[in-house]
Design a protein around this ligand. Structure first.
Ligand SMILES: Cc1cc2nc3c(=O)[nH]c(=O)nc-3n(C[C@H](O)[C@H](O)[C@H](O)COP(=O)(O)OP(=O)(O)OC[C@H]3O[C@@H](n4cnc5c(N)ncnc54)[C@H](O)[C@@H]3O)c2cc1C
Length: 476
């Protein structure tokens, strides 16, 4: 019988050979090469930032036996914002890190993601998510409270023996040594430093700036902002105009002219989460958050009465900028001792709900690279593979997020009518082979959700080995 790993796979977009990819991923002897020929030498890794990206990296790296310490600016660990979608490409990795039970306990597995017309809530698009996604992509599509996801990751990191140092603001890096200096003047050195310090309005990534120098560019606005709010589900159930939304067990997404409302239940179904995206041209520094609630209601005046009733139930909201960064063509320092991960490298528009999922994929990729090349003198090849895989992947997902924004936001007219007509087969339960809805378009689904970082690293390592890479021969 042919060797599973030697059968060629198509370089053209196709689903025909995915059964082989999954056998390589999940079958006997999977990940054999990533186990590596090199013996680990106890690399000491410092991660800056305890967001989803930093904590995911801590878990993935600690599981491979490295010494890991996380340094976080905040005095206590918590996540602001309300809900977050965890798609199966991320969920599959989180499951493999021992988090399936805790994710299932705290999250909701929605049946579908329904697009609704802004004016009357009529269903115009329909992605089937659960239980189908587990069968198609090996894990469910979860929605969860951010605080719960953060807590689950933090607990797991602590369980594995990761040290998390709070109240520690990193102000400067020396990428060559490598080292960083904190706000209190102390210096921390490590074999490898991971900058997972996000790229937010309040806290710009110091690691990104240190790495890119005069090529540094901060976040770019796309002319949109989002109100984030939650409502108690029991309150919704008491009103017939909103009870159907609470009971639908799906994400409901109202779409209109340059504006949309993404909604779903979180906290095991007890809370209802809303992300309300709308045009905003003023700079975030000038926003007056005390007006956010009344502004939010004004934006959606004239929309579906059920949505407006939901907004009337909101007692407080906060407005968030919707921003992205230009993804740099290098994520690592020349010394090979400082690397970016998560939003610090690739903050993107949330139109595909894949930003944090990319950070989780980064973490798994980095850990697999270092598993294959686990020594101080092999950091360069490890980080070369990390960059080679992560830069094109995150650029493509960033592009998908931008393009989906156009599709979500057509004003009423010929384009909107053509889009809605193209989604009709999925709404009517017919077989379809393409859809403007990227959550259900089969080609986009495979690209986004079937991606497996470990197999990707495995392929690269096999390729290097078959070319007689000196790194393998000299240190085996
Ligand atoms: C409206 C909206 C909705 C979204 N929805 C989704 C979704 O449904 N699914 C999804 O996958 N993604 C979603 N995203 C994207 C997701 O939130 C981000 O991609 C993700 O949170 C990035 O995680 P991170 O760990 O890289 O960065 P961050 O979450 O920004 O974490 C960075 C951490 O570093 C710390 N830090 C910063 N500077 C320093 C310093 N100098 N010293 C020490 N510590 C520091 C910060 O305090 C923070 O804890 C959404 C984004 C937005 C705006």
């Amino acid at each position: 019988m042919a060797d599973l790993h030697s059968i060629p796979l198509p370089s053209y977009p196709a689903g025909s050979h995915n059964f082989l990819k999954r056998l390589r991923r999940d079958g006997p002897g999977s990940n054999a090469v990533v186990n590596g020929d090199l013996k680990p030498e106890g690399l000491d890794i410092a991660i800056v930032g305890a967001g989803v990206g930093g904590l995911a990296a801590a878990i993935a790296l600690k599981r491979e036996g490295f010494k890991v310490t996380v340094y976080e600016n905040a005095p206590a660990l918590s996540e602001i914002g309300a809900g977050i979608q965890v798609p199966p490409n991320s969920a599959r990795l989180l499951h493999s890190w021992g988090l399936e039970a805790s994710l299932s306990k705290h999250s909701v597995k929605p049946k579908g993601l329904l697009w609704r017309r802004w004016q009357d809530g009529r269903e115009i698009g329909h992605a089937r998510l659960n239980p189908q996604f587990s069968k198609w992509f090996g894990a469910p599509y979860y929605v969860i409270h951010r605080a719960h996801l953060h807590d689950i990751l933090h607990q797991r990191a602590r369980e594995l023996g990761v040290d998390v140092v709070l109240n520690c603001k990193v102000v400067e890096y020396d990428p060559d040594k490598p080292a960083f200096t904190t706000g209190t003047g102390s210096t921390v050195t490590a074999d490898l430093i991971i900058g997972a310090d996000g790229e937010n309005l309040g806290l710009r990534s110091v690691a990104r700036r240190a790495l890119l120098g005069n090529k540094y560019t901060g976040p770019v606005s796309c002319g949109l902002a989002a109100y984030r709010a939650t409502v108690k589900r029991e309150e919704m159930e008491a009103d017939p105009d909103t009870a159907w939304v609470a009971e639908s067990n799906s994400l409901n997404l109202w779409v209109g002219d340059n504006t949309h409302a993404m909604t779903y239940c979180i906290a095991g179904g007890r809370l209802f989460n809303m992300v309300l995206t709308h045009p905003e041209t003023k700079s975030p520094e000038t926003w007056d958050q005390t007006n956010a609630l009344s502004e939010m209601k004004a934006v959606y005046a004239g929309w579906d009465p059920s949505l407006r009733k939901l907004l009337d139930m909101v007692s407080g909201t906060q407005k968030w900028p919707i921003q992205s960064v230009e993804i740099p063509s290098s994520w690592t320092s020349d010394s090979g001792r400082l690397a970016l991960l998560g939003d610090a490298a690739h903050a993107m528009l949330p139109n595909m709900a894949l930003g944090a999922a990319m950070a989780v994929e980064d973490a798994a990729t980095l850990a697999a690279c270092l598993k294959a090349y686990p020594r101080k003198e092999t950091l360069r090849p490890a980080l070369d593979i990390y960059e080679k895989l992560r830069i094109p992947r995150t650029r493509a997902i960033q592009e998908a997020s931008v393009l989906h924004g156009y599709t979500l936001h057509y004003p009423d007219g010929p384009l909107q009518e053509a889009r809605d007509a193209a989604m009709k087969p999925e709404v009517e339960g017919e077989h379809f082979i393409e859809s403007p809805n990227q959550w259900s378009d089969p080609a986009t689904q495979l690209f986004c959700y079937d991606y497996d970082p470990i197999s990707e690293v495995d392929n690269e390592v096999r390729h290097l080995k078959s070319n007689g890479s000196p790194t393998h021969e000299n240190h085996g």
